[in-house]
Design a protein around this ligand. Sequence first.
Ligand code: CA
Length: 442
Amino acid sequence: MPSSFSRRWHFRQLITASSFILLVACAENPTAADATPLQIANAPAAASPTTQPAIAPGTSDFDIQPTMSFSDWEAGFRVDAMKAGIRPDLFDQAFAGVLPDMSVVKADRSQPEFTRPVWEYLDGAVSAVRVNKGQALLAQYADVLQTIEQRYGVDRQSLVAIWGMESNFGRFQGSQYVIRSLATLAYEGRRRAFAQDQLLAALQILQHGDIQPGEMLGSWGGAMGQTQFIPTTYNTYAVDFDGDGRRDIWNTPADALASTARYLQSSGWQQGQPWGFEVQLVKGFDYALADASTRKTVAEWLQMGLKLPNGGALPANVAQLQAALLLPAGYKGPAFLVLDNFRATLKYNNSSSYALAVGLLSQRFSGGGYVLGSWPRDDLPLSRSERMELQTLLSSRQYDAGVPDGIIGANTRKAIRNAQQSYGWPADGYPTHELLDNLRKP
Ligand code: CA
């Protein structure tokens, strides 16, 4: 084991000293972690910072201090790891020289004040550079993609779209040592159980010989490789598709793409179905129906007056499929009917913006995926503090928006709808400055 010399760690000091690291880098193209979550559901494949629980109310970001030294924590975790079947030599090799990484704690606690509008996010997601690169990779990996399609029933365009969104086709996989990041999160303790589970899974991956410790790199949250799998997802779904004995989602595109396909298949992917398609709403439509929990067949939606834009044709064989109506920017923006494969993509990353980007990008490779409706580009999204204020004001008016955490989940949407209905406005559940201004009035 590494020396335990002077490993007590003072959070307050280190956070102050390293706060310059926090200046959030703005990637030119969005990645998975960049998407705004519009719904909260099951655990995603990747540890996206946007889907993590908020800090408990009343807890300052900076007043938590660990109750033990890192070396004491490591000694305790080592005992647990041995009980779980990790070899002592493997553990000590994996932890050699590992100390807490302050940038991981910083990233775990940072909650961006400003959110990019969904239309800007989508513009970046389906950029010409990304589309061209994806088309080239579709050609380059045509044979392996065909075999993966046959094995798992997930189309190649969707797989390559997710590859592009998760890591820009392997280019941005994260450069942090996964054991160090997860050990930091487990030691720091805000999400100890989650982090220890992931850490144990990461050690199992090393012990299995899939990757060497020095190559086990990922995001600060432990999302690894070209697919950005967290270790437990990796252990359940990663595939050695090229048959070299190692599930190498870092360096082997065939393994990464097949692992993605297997995960989507297990998340309810339906072979041959589209993710969804754009629709137009008629005047006077009941916008409260635009909710992930309201599912009807496509035929029922059409009977209620939804139209296809520009008189377009309905995709084949979708009339009897269940669909939900998605308004990513509220009633003033484009509308989409989304099917089961959209929901499967949300299991990968629980953000409607992300799933929409994946769907549109997968179509763009073949020249489609253009949104015909216009985005309300003058309506800027509420900032985090404005969203929290909105939640507080809603709750004070008897529209229960839950804990004011800045996350627009199901409770907040319902509260927004109730307030909108009381004003006689379209009840789309979408948070706007107009609504906030009205609620601010005494
Ligand atoms: Ca392999």
